[in-house]
Ligand binder design. Structure first.
Ligand SMILES: [Fe+2]
Length: 423
């Protein structure tokens, strides 16, 4: 046997997870210590406030601090269930000012909440600048590692909410020079003739994997008022489209709208989706599927249900997790309630669809997200939901002088799958 080396007492963790020679043959134990990930260390180094929680009514009310790396002011948002997966922030661009030129080896997307101006985008080692003009509720994404500069031409500050895959990139490479000072051009996402790259091209086409509505436009001038096809997947009158932009693999998501006085069927999945309010007001509820079950209030577990009211600029982590959480969205405003799941991969779109659905997407298999639990899916049909859900919704409508517009037959087993409703 070789000689036992000098024993070094580990700092801050009691003792090592092995025995010294002569300490016997009982099993040695080891214990976890939580070390910061490269992403967690990075956002700390940025010196901005960080909002943590399940949701917030309006992100424009969050405190913002000077942001030396980016210019302007900012605040980070790390809602429950997105940690080390998705970066989110609100950035303020000063009146008649601009942010610093930036580039980064991750996908990033912006929704304009306030302001008017332009964005310049250009390749590495290329002096030709492309540009587009934005206004309130414009949606755009920056092609991976393109240079960009956001300019505010208004006489008041511009406010944008953004989402990115920075945690995944930074945790993978852990080298800021690689992430922020890299000259690689992704010609496959951002190449060829770039003259019409930023033109608005809101043509609706079917997603290749799931066949739902997809819009392929790298820039959408007003995502709060753009056309959304009717698909009724989350409830009668429900409209939905998935924007597919700049060759993104991860940051895709979808935009959805509920008519006034209607609400979604509850459904469950793992964490990751974050809904941002675009138009109208409403609320979402979310609860852990295993502990809360299908009817949490009826079963005396109503305290497990989290509630978040929000409107334009507000957000909620739809399924905070860990594991599957049921969630459900409600339109309370006089007009429709439009939300944007702006974080995630988009099951069904050409690039992220082939990355994400390999396990579930056997040819011809039903998409469980759009089927009721009574049909082997993930959604609770209205006639099986906790009666308190409907009572609570109708009460919140009464408080603002509104009333439900839910077709009464959806609360019966035979009317559970009404395909198309007229308003
Ligand atoms: Fe969902």
């Amino acid at each position: 046997m070789t000689t036992e080396p000098e024993y070094i007492e580990p700092e801050g963790m009691g003792r090592a997870g092995w025995h010294k020679e002569g300490e016997g043959e009982g099993q040695a134990r080891s214990y976890y210590r939580r070390l910061a990930t490269p992403w967690e260390t990075f956002i700390k180094s940025e010196g901005l406030p960080v909002f943590r929680g399940v949701g917030i009514k309006d992100t424009r009310t969050l405190p913002r601090a000077d942001w030396p790396r980016v210019g302007g002011k900012g605040t980070y948002i790390q809602v429950t269930g997105t940690e080390n997966k998705t970066g989110m922030f609100v950035v303020e661009i000063p009146a008649k000012g601009a942010l610093h030129p930036q580039r980064q080896m991750y996908e990033e997307r912006y929704v304009v909440m306030e302001g008017r101006g332009s964005v310049e985008v250009w390749k590495n080692n290329d002096s030709v600048r492309t540009a587009f003009e934005y206004g309130p509720w414009s949606l755009f994404s920056i092609p991976m590692n393109a240079n960009f500069r956001i300019i505010n031409s208004a006489s008041t500050p511009a406010l944008m909410i953004a989402v990115n895959t920075a945690p995944r990139t930074i945790n993978s490479y852990d080298n800021m020079d690689f992430v922020f000072n890299n000259e690689f051009n992704f010609e496959d996402r951002w190449g060829g003739n770039l003259e019409d790259y930023w033109d608005n091209n809101e043509k609706v086409v079917p997603q290749p994997v799931r066949g739902r509505a997809m819009v392929t436009s790298n820039f959408i001038p007003d995502i709060a008022n753009s056309y959304l096809p009717l698909d009724n997947n989350r409830g009668p009158g429900f409209r939905w489209v998935a924007p597919d932009q700049v060759g993104n693999r991860m940051i895709q998501g979808w935009v959805a709208e509920y008519p006034s006085g209607r609400y979604a069927k509850a459904h469950y999945h793992a964490s990751g989706a974050v809904l941002v309010g675009l138009k109208g007001n409403g609320y979402s509820i979310t609860w852990p599927r295993e502990e809360g079950g299908v009817t949490p209030w009826k079963d005396g577990k109503g305290d497990l249900v989290k509630f978040q009211e929000y409107g334009p600029g507000g957000l909620i982590s739809a399924a905070p997790g860990p594991a599957n959480w049921f969630h459900q969205h409600f339109a309370v405003s006089k007009g429709p309630f439009r939300v944007f799941n702006y974080t995630g991969t988009m099951p069904g779109n050409p690039e992220s669809g082939r990355l994400r659905e390999l396990d579930d997407a056997e040819e011809g298999a039903m998409v469980k997200q759009h089927a009721d639990i009574s049909d082997g899916g993930n959604a609770i049909p209205y006639h099986m939901e906790d009666p308190h859900v409907r009572e609570m919704f109708e009460e919140s409508l009464r408080q603002v002088g509104g009333q439900t517009t839910m077709p009464p037959e959806v609360y019966t087993a035979s009317g559970a799958n009404i395909e198309v409703m007229t308003d």
